[in-house]
Design a binder for this molecule. Structure first.
Ligand code: NAP
Length: 246
């Protein structure tokens, strides 16, 4: 029996767990950080909560006899990926990162890319005055000082820390449609969209809506992956990687 740890929190992680579960010779345990109030749970075994840094993860991998790790965390969950790469190297467990391609790979007219949310906040006033902020719950605080702008802030759960003074919060989880995104942007007279380069189909409709309405898009680039890490870009790639090792 091969025990696979899937570091989750993404739809790819759930799809991988569901795909591997029926295989008789593979046992899957998915790990969630436990930050979202009502998480979508993967099928099969699930554990929830941080491991306690690299040392904690090293202990957990030994205690739970893990043979392989698939880091299927969100592309912006850089700390978890770094910790997993270090822990995997320390205990000699093979690891692959499953990361869907970013949207910036097919850059469009009207897009501006910056390295982090602080840079996005610095550039934003040059691009618009009514922003649709779709960077999730984390990082919203970077925009809290922009009191001359109005924000529509969308996240699954309430943002961490201060929010911009002129803002409306909406809670929603994708997938979203182009029609609904276009209507939302129109209704709030949005003139700039801010997003992370998360990639994937579930939340891509806002990009099509912005293009249709000729609204500029400000994208935060992904953090860089730890050096030397093996990467696959879809669930099938992760399954092939597992099969190549077992
Ligand atoms: P992060 O900054 O990379 O990680 C911070 C800490 O949270 C880690 O050091 C670890 O704590 C714990 N952690 C993160 N992912 C974990 C997991 N799958 N299982 C157990 N512990 C985990 O992570 P984040 O950006 O806050 O993301 C948290 C979770 O939300 C991830 O599972 C990610 O896939 C998901 N998510 C993130 C985003 C995003 O934009 N960042 C978007 C959608 C979903 P210890 O050091 O104590 O082990």
């Amino acid at each position: 029996m091969t025990r696979v740890l899937i570091l989750g929190g993404t739809c790819e992680a759930r799809a991988l767990a569901a795909g591997l579960e029926p295989a008789g010779d593979i046992e899957v345990v998915s790990s969630l950080a436990g930050r979202v109030r009502e998480p979508l749970l993967p099928s099969g075994q699930v554990r929830v909560g941080g491991f306690g840094g690299v040392d904690g993860l090293v202990r957990w991998l030994g205690d739970n006899r893990v043979d392989l790790i698939v880091d299927a965390t969100h592309p912006f969950a850089a700390r978890m990926t770094q910790n997993a790469a270090e822990a995997a190297a320390r205990v000699g467990v093979p690891m692959v990162a499953l990361q869907r391609p970013g949207w910036l790979g097919a850059e469009r007219e009207g897009w501006t890319a910056v390295d982090d949310v602080e840079s996005a906040a610095a550039v934003l006033p040059q691009l618009g005055t009514r922003a649709f902020l779709t960077i999730g719950r984390q990082g919203v605080h970077a925009f809290a000082g922009l009191d001359a702008l109005w924000f529509l802030v969308r996240a699954i759960d309430p943002p961490e820390g201060p929010v911009p003074p002129n803002s409306e919060l909406i809670f929603a989880r994708g997938p979203f449609t182009v029609g609904a995104e276009t209507a939302l942007i129109r209704r709030h007279r949005i003139d700039v969209l801010v997003t992370k380069d998360s990639g994937g189909q579930a939340t891509a409709a806002k990009l099509d809506a912005a293009a249709a309405l000729a609204i500029p898009v400000l994208l935060v680039r992904r953090p860089t992956l730890p050096p030397g890490i093996e990467v696959v870009d879809d669930v099938a790639g992760a399954v092939s990687w597992i099969e190549s090792i077992t």
